[in-house]
Design a protein around this ligand. Structure first.
Ligand code: NAD
Length: 472
């Protein structure tokens, strides 16, 4: 049985003072595989103090030194890809495709940021002024359980490139992935205190980060509800805040799309990470005159889609992360049926033959109208809705009629037409005929999906504060 009872503070793995313990359960087998001791408010304060002490030196470090650190992080994360993969499977049942993406992403974001930084100038002339872009200061990086390795690494890359020391607060539900990532951060040999990691509850460790006056900036990824709590707490201290939040993204299949390619891609985009992805395309918009064809393709694609042991190479969908996730998803499937949606595949209960583990049946509803709960609320499981539209104009209207605006997907046979549609969508990112994002380009949401952008130059600048100097 693995025991995790240390935090990473000032360059060392140190005993956690907090007394609460949590079992880590493998969601595919329901076996307890590790025990974690959770950090408390005092542990968070020690980490903040360590970052505070490290801030002046990292703030003055040269671009070349930071690029060197980013490159070492890239190499150490790549060297531990196997450990991160194993933890990601064990802790939340991620299937092979997801694991490959997560492990590559975790190292690539450091490499991408090193390239961004190499081309970046921290001083500009504007009129008579010299404008210096200075590190904002000690930063809190708060991550959710469903993409903890990627979120930690992308936020850390930007913070470090800008010259900010940080305190990372990963979700309390992902200690194994956090441990694998933290070992890589340690191996990169950054100056003590530049990066600190404390795994604890949001209500004490997270809250301490939101209120502590030594924290200048919070970069948060998680649910919209929590993001609002953090933003409210942060404003009292005038902390800089960025929020990367929940989503209910639309996948628009245009009438000229090759359905044999578009439908499986749209389903993959929706079932991403067993449906537990903020960017999942969970509303699939299809032209009414092609609805029958789409439904048939959905049925045949799902019939060949293997649900089960996340370690089996053929598995596309593994278990959801916890009993709470399982119950939540079941409630939404029941609500879809109650509100009159037509079940095309899946449904309530467990998939046949899977009596252990938090497995749900990948579910697709048709005849969904955009006012049903399953079309409006983030379910965070493999439950997709098909909505029919009559005109391209109506498709855009339905896509934009959402509280959220993180991602959108467009599938079309004509690139220019798809780009015209993309221009009109209220979303932070639109992917056309692909599920592959660009790691140098900004990532973030509009409306209830958040405030601010991560990655590339926009991510870097979110950790910088401009200072204007005018000399007579
Ligand atoms: P969550 O909001 O419950 O928790 C996120 C983090 O905030 C965790 O580390 C948690 O401990 C912490 N937290 C909770 N309460 C806090 C408080 N009062 N003060 C400070 N910190 C607090 O989210 P989750 O369930 O871990 O993650 C799933 C959600 O995250 C989904 O809504 C998903 O869409 C969203 N998400 C968004 C993105 C994105 O980039 N937009 C990426 C992944 C997940």
């Amino acid at each position: 049985m693995r025991i995790i009872d240390t935090a990473y503070i000032a360059g060392d793995f140190v005993p956690i003072q907090g007394g609460e313990r949590l079992d880590v359960v493998d969601p595919a087998t329901e076996a307890v595989i590790a025990k974690v001791r959770l950090a408390n408010r005092e542990d968070a304060q020690r980490a903040i103090d360590a970052a505070w002490r490290a801030q002046p030196e990292i703030g003055r470090s040269s671009k070349a030194e930071r690029i060197g650190m980013l490159r070492r992080l890239e190499a150490e994360l790549a060297a531990r890809a196997g450990d991160i993969a194993e933890a990601t499977i064990a802790e939340y049942g991620a299937p092979a495709a997801r694991v490959g993406f997560v492990t590559q992403y975790a190292s690539q974001v450091f490499g991408s940021m090193a390239r961004t930084l190499a081309d970046y100038t921290f001083t500009r002339s504007i009129g008579d002024a010299r404008v210096r872009l200075e590190p904002v200061g000690v930063s809190a990086l708060i991550a959710p359980w469903n993409s903890v390795a990627g979120t930690i690494c992308s936020k850390l890359a930007s913070a470090l490139a800008a010259g900010c020391a940080s305190v990372i607060k990963p979700s309390e539900f992902s200690p194994l992935q956090t441990q694998a990532v933290t070992e890589a951060l340690h191996a990169a040999g950054l100056p003590a205190g530049v990066v600190n990691v404390v795994t604890g509850r949001g209500t004490d460790v997270g809250d301490e980060l939101a209120v502590n006056p030594r924290i200048a900036r919070i970069s948060f990824t998680g649910s919209t509800a929590t993001g609002k709590i953090i933003a409210r707490a942060a404003v009292d201290g005038m902390k800089r805040v960025s929020l990367s939040l929940s989503g209910k993204s639309a996948s628009i299949i245009l009438d000229d799309a090759d359905l044999a390619t578009a439908v499986p891609l749209a389903l993959n985009g929706g079932f991403n990470n067993n449906g537990q992805a903020c960017i999942a395309g969970t509303r699939i918009l299809v032209p009414r005159n092609r609805l029958g064809e789409v439904v048939e393709l959905v049925r045949s694609t799902l019939a060949g889609l293997h649900v089960g042991d996340p370690r089996a190479p053929s598995t596309i969908i593994g278990p959801v992360a916890s009993p709470a996730q399982y119950d939540r998803i079941q409630r939404y499937i029941a609500r879809g049926l109650e509100q009159g949606a037509r079940l095309v595949a899946g449904g309530e209960g467990r998939p046949e033959g899977l009596e252990k583990g938090y497995f749900v049946r990948p579910t697709v509803f048709a005849d969904v109208s955009n006012d049903m709960d399953i079309a409006r609320e983030e379910i965070f499981g493999p439950v997709l809705s098909i909505l029919a539209y009559d005109t391209e104009e109506e498709a855009i209207e339905i896509a934009n009629d959402s509280a959220y605006g993180l991602y959108a997907y467009v599938f079309s046979g004509q690139r220019q037409r798809a780009l015209r549609v993309a221009d009109r969508l209220h979303a932070g990112t639109v992917l056309i005929n692909t599920l592959r994002p660009e790691l140098l380009a900004p990532f973030g949401g509009v409306k209830q999906s958040g405030i601010g952008r991560e990655l590339g130059i926009f991510g870097l600048e979110s950790f910088l504060e401009p200072k204007t100097e005018v000399a007579a």
